[in-house]
Ligand binder design. Structure first.
Ligand SMILES: Nc1ncnc2c1ncn2[C@@H]1O[C@H](COP(=O)(O)OS(=O)(=O)O)[C@@H](OP(=O)(O)O)[C@H]1O
Ligand SMILES: Nc1ncnc2c1ncn2[C@@H]1O[C@H](COP(=O)(O)OP(=O)(O)O)[C@@H](O)[C@H]1O
Length: 183
């Protein structure tokens, strides 16, 4: 991209279960966008929880607070021309809807992507060992297992990562940004 005054930001929210592929897709997508000269930020869930959301747990209320904080930061970035990529579970539909509304209120593009990996595949991947810990009784309230995950009903894109490479998944998100004239 040549840098112009009309550079427009957007929030790309990657919602899905633990180990669905959110972080990996965010990484591939942001690498490509940066290489093309875009201003990009990735608001990684784990990092946000260490700082901005330090002290919050995984109750419905705490997850909602976490998601609203991230939604606020992302909207501010996106409103100011940054492509903000958000690999965060955001399990509750009402919580995601509030983030969408915040973006609509300022006319800022908001793209919801469902990283729709089946729970069986996620639990096989088990990148952080959470599914094993839940099965062993060492953890309760794991999203998609013994805690709710409300799938998006009208996402801009659904990614079946069990049949795609990470690059293919990231390229599909890139294509949506391109189609919408955001690149
Ligand atoms: N009980 C439980 N349920 C879900 N996830 C858990 C839990 N405990 C810890 N973790 C780890 O925390 C990461 C999820 O943080 P998020 O901020 O994305 O979650 S949320 O949107 O507030 O629900 C999540 O990261 P990802 O695996 O990258 O999704 C997990 O590693
Ligand atoms: N199409 C795909 N998209 C994203 N990740 C994939 C895909 N296919 C396989 N994977 C693998 O699944 C795992 C997903 O882990 P991660 O990105 O940390 O998930 P999450 O951030 O959703 O918890 C990684 O090991 C990644 O290599």
């Amino acid at each position: 991209m040549t840098t112009t005054a009309r550079a427009q930001g957007a929030t790309v929210w990657l919602t899905g279960l633990p180990s669905a592929g959110k972080t990996t897709i965010a990484q591939h997508l942001s690498d490509r966008l940066r290489a093309e000269g875009h201003r990009v930020e990735v608001l990684d869930g784990d990092e946000v929880r260490r700082f901005l959301s330090a002290g919050l747990g995984f109750s419905r209320e705490d997850r909602n607070t976490n998601v609203q904080r991230i939604g606020l930061v992302s909207e501010v970035l996106a409103r100011n021309g940054v492509l903000s990529v958000v690999p965060v579970i955001a399990p509750y539909a009402d919580s995601r809807e509030a983030v969408r509304k915040r973006h609509e209120a300022s006319g800022t593009p908001y793209i919801e992507v469902h990283v729709a990996t089946p729970v069986e595949v996620c639990s096989e991947r088990d990148v952080k060992g959470l599914y094993a810990r839940q099965a062993a009784g060492a953890l309760t309230g794991l999203t998609g297992v013994d805690d709710p995950y409300e799938p998006p009903t009208d996402p801009a894109l659904t990614l079946p990562t069990q049949t795609q490479s990470p690059q293919e998944s990231a390229d599909a998100v890139y294509a949506v940004l391109a189609e919408r004239g955001l690149l």
